[in-house]
Design a protein around this ligand. Structure first.
Ligand SMILES: [Zn+2]
Length: 274
């Protein structure tokens, strides 16, 4: 499932490809995504230009000319690609026609969705209203994290993955962030020391910035809209490396895999302190 760096990579590509372009027509091949695409979707967006493309957590927001926004979520397997012909493939659901290109939304598992809102209402929608802080926002600092973490009864891994605390951090990046900050994933959030808070803030920003710079991480289905793979995969130090040696302590220690809240968690029990 794409996390913040992958969605941000998609945003950057969409900005290059379709900013200020006019949507000439829409073809809906299958309206049954996570939420059915509303009947008058096309009427609401056709003949409008895309004025701004932003991101909130793992949601993409396309601002159109007439006070209308398109809210998009890629779900588990959603992605965009661009082409000039009508060679559609299996699981293509929506085609946006622009003057010189088509933008196609493909989603094998159909957990993604596309909705339309008036721009003044989108932040109050059920999808955005409960979201926590953006991890790369200056507001996410030591003071905020100390207060927020003190109120949590979860493990630090579960805390990081809860979108009500911080948005966009899923299974891959929470494992990598905790390895980088040398904190055991099972440690209770309220037991995290001030020194660990400092390291955590640095690691969150460092890992996510680096992943965005490298175009995210390609695991299974994720591709950016130009079909490129994300190169952060080569930088993963613990995620998916169970039974392999730890790159940091280089002792005869192997990366362990455990399950926290139903999700695989990878860590080194020597480097990451309880
Ligand atoms: Zn280690």
């Amino acid at each position: 499932m794409p996390e913040l760096p992958e969605v941000e990579t998609v945003r950057i590509t969409l900005k290059k490809e379709i900013l200020n372009e006019k949507i000439l027509s829409i073809q809906i091949l299958n309206k049954n995504l996570r939420y059915p695409i509303e009947c008058n979707f096309s009427n609401k967006v056709v003949n409008q230009s895309i004025k701004k493309i932003s991101r909130r957590g793992k949601y993409l927001i396309l601002y159109l000319t007439k006070n209308i926004v398109i809210l998009l979520h890629l779900g588990m397997t959603g992605y965009f690609r661009f082409c000039n012909d009508e060679n559609f493939i299996k699981h293509d659901h929506i085609i946006f026609d622009f003057k010189e290109k088509k933008m196609i939304y493909n989603d094998v598992r159909k957990f993604g969705f596309i909705k339309v809102y008036k721009s003044e209402n989108v932040n109050h929608s059920k999808h955005l209203v409960n979201l926590g802080l953006e991890p790369l926002d200056g507001k996410l600092n030591k003071n905020y994290l100390r207060k927020s973490i003190n109120n949590s009864k979860q493990s630090i891994k579960a805390y990081l993955m809860n979108f009500k605390n911080i948005v966009g951090i899923g299974n891959i990046y929470s494992s990598e962030i905790l390895f980088d900050s040398a904190i055991h994933p099972c440690k209770l959030s309220s037991a995290i020391s001030n020194e660990e808070i400092n390291r955590l803030i640095i690691s969150i920003k460092k890992i996510l910035r680096k992943a965005i710079k490298l175009g995210g991480t390609s695991i299974k289905d994720y591709k950016d809209p130009m079909g490129k793979i994300g190169y952060f995969k080569n930088q993963l130090k613990v995620y998916g490396r169970d039974n392999k040696p730890c790159v940091n302590c280089k002792k005869n220690v192997i990366i362990k895999k455990i399950i926290i809240q139903g999700r695989s968690t990878f860590f080194c029990e020597i480097c990451q302190k309880f």
